[in-house]
Write a protein that binds this ligand. Structure first.
Ligand SMILES: [Fe+2]
Ligand SMILES: [Fe+2]
Length: 192
């Protein structure tokens, strides 16, 4: 399998981890606890500064090449491309709402909870659709030369959270991810 496909799937696993963390914070509302809004903002800041800036634009180029090679893919390609634009708008609105909660200018949880849950659902559906409908096509149709052309056509940025040189702004989010991973590993060992 191409390294590009392996990276594609690995990034989805990272995004799914963040969506789970975000959902966990929204669930705290229902248990009468205060969520960590700053962590939620870090997650959404990342979503609007890596998936929206590199992952989705790179997919758009891959989709365009798939469409050239397989005109029958038009419906799914159009659908996924449109979802990228929707997720970007949705994510940016959520960042603004969370910034306003953190700086104290809005207090209603509905400003965050309703769009937050909708964003999580839409992003999960989007990744599922890509993994079931387009990744197999990409694996079948795209050559290493296609991936090289896609890589050359896009400005590369390092992943600022999961990459080798992760940014200081995400230090506490990284610690939280590590803690969650340890907790779920311990849970699996206990259940085994
Ligand atoms: Fe996508
Ligand atoms: Fe994706």
């Amino acid at each position: 399998m191409s390294d590009s496909i392996v990276l594609w799937q690995a990034e989805h696993v990272n995004f799914a981890t963040l969506l789970d963390l975000l959902e966990g914070q929204l669930d705290l509302f229902h248990r009468g606890k205060k969520p960590d809004y700053e962590m939620m903002l870090d997650i959404m800041f990342y979503m609007t500064h890596y998936p929206d800036v590199l992952h989705h634009p790179r997919e758009d180029l891959a989709f365009a090449r798939i469409l050239e090679l397989d005109p029958n893919s038009r419906a799914i390609v159009d659908d996924l491309t449109e979802q990228h634009a929707r997720l970007k708008g949705f994510g940016e609105a959520l960042v603004r709402a969370l910034e306003n909660v953190v700086n104290g200018s809005i207090t209603s949880r509905d400003w965050v909870e309703v769009p937050g849950r909708a964003y999580i659902a839409e992003f999960r559906n989007h990744m599922l659709k890509e993994e079931t409908a387009i990744l197999p096509l990409a694996a079948k149709l795209l050559s290493e030369a296609d991936w090289a052309a896609i890589g050359a056509a896009i400005q590369h940025i390092d992943d600022p959270l999961f990459g080798p040189k992760s940014e200081e702004r995400y230090a506490s989010l990284r610690e939280q991810i590590t803690r969650e991973a340890r907790t779920s590993q311990a849970r699996r060992l206990t259940d085994a």
